[in-house]
Design a protein around this ligand. Structure first.
Ligand code: ZN
Length: 223
């Protein structure tokens, strides 16, 4: 919405400037002054209205790049807009749409708050992520696992806990900080997930253990 406002304001600036160019003299033949104030105001307001959309697009590109590596296919991440968050009442933190044949559409929507936490994490030094940031990084991994074709929630969740460290590294964390983030989710959040998201087979040596080097059960406990 804001982006359309920006387009309208910038178009307005162009219309005013072109209008001056087409009629540089008034009825009496006196030269008209260029409408600097109007054009500058429209340009400034247009640029201001464009900022949130531009920032969101650049974050979506970055998150989409990470999700594509995790999913093993080219996928897109969309961050929920302010308008979308306003009308949204769903409890989930992100979602993927499934086609009738059981394959995922190649994009995921991440809720506004989680995109904010992901942006804060990406900007941070990654040493002490907040719990919200840990969960937001995991949400990105979880949705990427859906995008790789894992429909079942417990399957996607267990594949995600084994890749949260990779996601953190893709967002710029060093190996030790990334492993600690994955361990924090595994110890503090996974056990609290609802029934359908957990499995007794999601453990070292369990049926869902993919024996990845990033498995959170391999991460050393923090001092
Ligand atoms: Zn899910």
């Amino acid at each position: 919405m804001l982006t359309w406002l920006a387009v309208a304001l910038l178009a307005g600036a162009a219309v005013v400037a072109i209008g001056w160019g087409l009629r540089r003299a008034d009825e009496l033949g006196r030269p008209r002054r260029f409408p600097w104030v109007t054009v500058a105001l429209l340009l400034a307001m247009g640029a201001g209205a464009a900022v949130p959309g531009v920032l969101r697009a650049s974050q979506e590109r970055r998150l989409g790049g990470a999700a594509s590596v995790l999913a093993g296919a080219r996928v897109a991440v969309r961050c929920q807009s302010f308008g979308g968050a306003f009308v949204d009442a769903g409890p989930e933190l992100g979602y993927v749409r499934w086609r009738a044949d059981g394959s995922p559409e190649p994009w995921t929507l991440i809720k506004r708050d989680q995109c904010r936490h992901l942006a804060a994490y990406a900007r941070s030094d990654k040493r002490r992520p907040t719990r919200d940031q840990v969960v937001a990084v995991h949400v990105l991994t979880h949705e990427a696992m859906h995008l790789s074709g894992r429909l079942d929630e417990a399957v996607a969740e267990c594949a995600a806990v084994q890749r949260d460290a990779q996601t953190a590294r893709l967002l710029g964390a060093g190996p030790a900080d990334a492993a600690e983030l994955a361990g924090a989710y595994w110890r503090n959040v996974y056990p609290l997930m609802p029934e359908g998201y957990r499995s007794g087979e999601c453990r070292a040596g369990g049926a869902m253990d993919e024996r990845l080097p990033d498995a959170p059960w391999l991460a050393p406990l923090p001092p």
